[in-house]
Design a binder for this molecule. Structure first.
Ligand SMILES: O=C(O)[C@@H](CO)OP(=O)(O)O
Length: 205
């Protein structure tokens, strides 16, 4: 057995609440989002988890979530690395549009394909494959070495950047990833084997 990898999608953001495509735009958390992030921290504390290092994106909703979790576990001073590689999928021209307005304009099916398919990019944006092409190398070269040294690592990021990571960790097919949703503020705890395969996965919530 090796180390532990904890993935957490940020708490509800202002634009999640307004039902807007967000991508690389930078809204803050709602009050509910702050609460979700604190609750994630409490759930991790209740499991007795303490972190060796934390990673987050350059977007404030993920950074704030990370800070709430570290505060809840009593580790506010922990080394935290911020990197654009962990950012949300870039939604391109859809960024800032209302998701229901987009469905009315382009149809339910097309919008679902843009949101959840593996290899169809929204106009001017990234497909999940494109997102994975920056998230997965960052995970392999920067994050995974810590886990393989037996450390416990926190990654506070985004719905689609974490879907890309989970797709690879769980070995999901393109069809399976279409159905995968990640709740806001729900920690996913992986324990890895020494050969980097997944020993166990626990979704807290
Ligand atoms: O708008 C976004 O950036 C993402 C995450 O909130 O939305 P979706 O779940 O539609 O991919």
């Amino acid at each position: 057995m090796s180390g532990t990898l904890v993935l957490v999608r940020h708490g509800q953001s202002e634009w999640n609440l307004k039902n807007l495509f967000t991508g690389w735009r930078d809204p803050g958390l709602t009050e509910k989002g702050h609460e979700e992030a604190r609750a994630a921290g409490q759930a991790l504390k209740a499991r007795g988890l303490a972190f060796d290092i934390a990673y987050t994106s350059v977007l404030s909703r993920a950074q704030t979530t990370c800070a709430h979790i570290l505060e809840a576990v009593g580790q506010s001073d922990l080394e935290t690395i911020r990197d654009q590689a962990l950012n949300e999928r870039d939604y391109g021209d859809l960024s800032g549009l209302n998701k229901d307005d987009a469905r009315a304009k382009w149809g339910e099916e097309q919008v679902h394909v843009w949101r959840r398919s593996y290899d169809v990019a929204p106009p001017g944006g990234e497909s999940l494959r494109d997102t994975g092409a920056r998230v997965w190398p960052y995970y392999l070269h920067v994050i995974q070495p810590h886990v393989l040294r037996g450390e416990t690592v926190l990654v506070a990021a985004h719905g689609n950047s974490l879907r890309a990571l989970i797709m690879a960790l769980d070995g999901l097919t393109k069809d399976e990833v279409v159905k995968m949703e990640l709740g806001t503020g729900v920690p996913v705890v992986y324990r890895l084997n020494a050969d980097s395969t997944v020993a166990s996965k626990d979704v807290l919530g």
